[in-house]
Design a protein around this ligand. Structure first.
Ligand code: PA5
Length: 469
């Protein structure tokens, strides 16, 4: 594999000289901050790799480190090398489902669907589901459900699926007991059984669960004698599972190149392993963001995406950050913006509101599709003829430069994550970079990024209301 063009994390605008005026230093970092953080990042990197190795060597995980879901780190290497056979099986299942189904419904919530949704938005045509089968590359239309208890959304999708058998279900739940997903599975399975006129052979071909080794979904899959069930390996937590079958199977069904996704992530691991702190995107993003929070009060972590196709990736990161680091009264509050759309909604607050944000632009180098020019018109009342040769990517770049400048003029400097493209290799790098960075930041804060004990409270209350004794 040749090394892909790497992601760049550019924090240069956030660093000002040590002798800059106090009001400038208040909103930025100084060289002394970088000197402070560099050795700490090196220590964190070692710890992250040691923990990942614990999973490869089979533990044991000492009690003080539990839960330790560090096995995500090596998934790219495992799938590309030792467990290549499992990857080939995933691709074969995806191709089989794609051949059988015009529509595939992915049921899952949180970490069990947000990564696949990000792949869908980055790697597929923006109107994939509206295209005919040829234009979709022979792949099915993809829908995400089981991520809410919304009657209208579930009912609307059931209407769309109709009464036929040309659709299938991928149901994803690591615990196997998440109510939203379990209920959706029951409802959609019932519709599929009806569509297949009760022929369980046909149903079994069209349903693929992805779940833990034990649990209710595993029991259900066994009882239904479903022939293909993919595991979520121990040591891979929900929001760290996008590069397991959880993300890879839906990605392969929609026609994304999962090998490239994994190769991008593997390349990021190499950069993480080998590049010095302050030249290492995953480490630096964690270190700079953490410093901006603890030293400059930037409690809101704003990922400012430039392009609609990055919104779901931003929301995937929202979940990763919120569930991993929002513990013990600590952790940044994540927020995804999509520009230029949100310049017309949140922009005012970001420009002149409270100084509690770190804004990181998520940008794509170049433009993956044919640039559209404004064009000339005989009706020039809108005065656009003077921009006739300008293209949408040029205008987006100008909007970004103008926004960065406006923030900088008010001493609200921004950073950039620059993706080399809008494709599987870039997204694989981004997934891995942000998962590693989240774990590193957990170490800097001093909290365990794995597990999400706080999510249990609502579940307990909801269950008490629904299942009174
Ligand atoms: O990151 C996590 O672990 C969570 O967001 C889970 O993915 C989410 O709660 C769904 O859980 P499950 O896959 O067990 O249904």
């Amino acid at each position: 594999m040749t090394s892909p063009t790497p992601i760049v994390y550019d924090y240069s605008r956030l660093v000002v000289p040590d002798d800059a005026p106090a009001f400038v230093r208040q909103a930025a970092l100084v060289e002394a901050d970088l000197k402070y953080i560099a050795p700490r990042l090196a220590t964190c990197r070692q710890a992250v790799m040691d923990n990942a190795r614990l999973w490869v060597t089979g533990g044991p995980v000492p009690p003080e480190k539990q839960p330790l879901d560090a096995a995500f780190f090596d998934l790219p290497h495992q799938f590309l090398d030792e467990e290549r056979e499992q990857l080939d099986r995933i691709i074969a299942t995806a191709n089989r489902l794609a051949g059988l189904c015009d529509r595939v419904v992915v049921l899952g919530i949180g970490g069990s669907y947000m990564g696949a949704r990000a792949v869908f938005e980055v790697c597929c045509h923006p109107f994939h589901n509206e295209l005919d089968r040829n234009a979709r590359g022979g792949r099915p239309r993809i829908y995400f459900e089981g991520n809410n208890l919304d009657n209208d959304a579930a009912g609307g999708l059931l209407d769309l699926l109709g009464e036929g058998d040309d659709w299938g279900i991928i149901v994803i739940s690591k615990s196997g007991g998440t109510l939203e997903t379990a209920v959706a599975f029951r409802v959609f399975l019932d519709a599929l059984k009806k569509g297949c006129r009760g022929d369980m052979g046909k149903v079994r071909e069209r349903v693929v669960p992805i779940t833990g080794e034990t649990g209710r979904l595993r029991d259900l899959a066994d009882a239904m004698k479903l022939p293909e069930v993919y595991p979520i390996p121990d040591g891979v937590g929900g929001r760290f599972s996008v590069l397991s079958a959880v993300g890879l199977l839906p990605a392969a069904v929609m026609g994304a190149d999962v090998v490239q996704l994994l190769e991008g992530a593997a390349a990021m691991n190499e950069v993480f392993r080998l590049s010095a702190p302050l030249e290492n995107p995953a480490l630096d993003y964690a270190g700079i963001s953490w410093l901006m929070q603890v030293r400059r009060g930037a409690n809101i972590r704003l990922l400012s995406t430039w392009g609609k196709r990055l919104e779901a990736a931003g929301l995937w990161y929202d979940q990763l950050l919120a569930e991993s680091l929002g513990k013990h009264g600590q952790g940044p509050t994540p927020l995804t913006a999509v520009n230029t759309r949100d310049l017309h909604s949140r922009g005012q607050q970001h420009q002149e509101g409270s100084r509690d944000k770190l804004i990181t632009n998520l940008v794509v180098e170049g433009c993956p599709s044919e640039p559209i020019a404004v064009g000339r018109s005989e009706y020039d009342q809108d005065r656009l003829n003077e921009l006739a040769d300008r293209t949408l990517p040029e205008m987006l770049a100008a909007a970004r430069a103008g926004t960065d400048q406006a923030y900088a003029d008010d001493h609200r400097p921004t950073a950039d994550i620059r993706l080399p493209g809008l494709d599987e290799v870039s997204l694989g790098q981004l997934f891995q970079m942000l998962m590693i960075a989240t774990v590193v930041e957990g170490r800097l804060i001093g909290i365990n990024p794995y597990g999400q004990p706080g999510v249990e409270a609502y579940k307990r209350n909801m269950n008490a209301l629904l299942r009174p004794r």
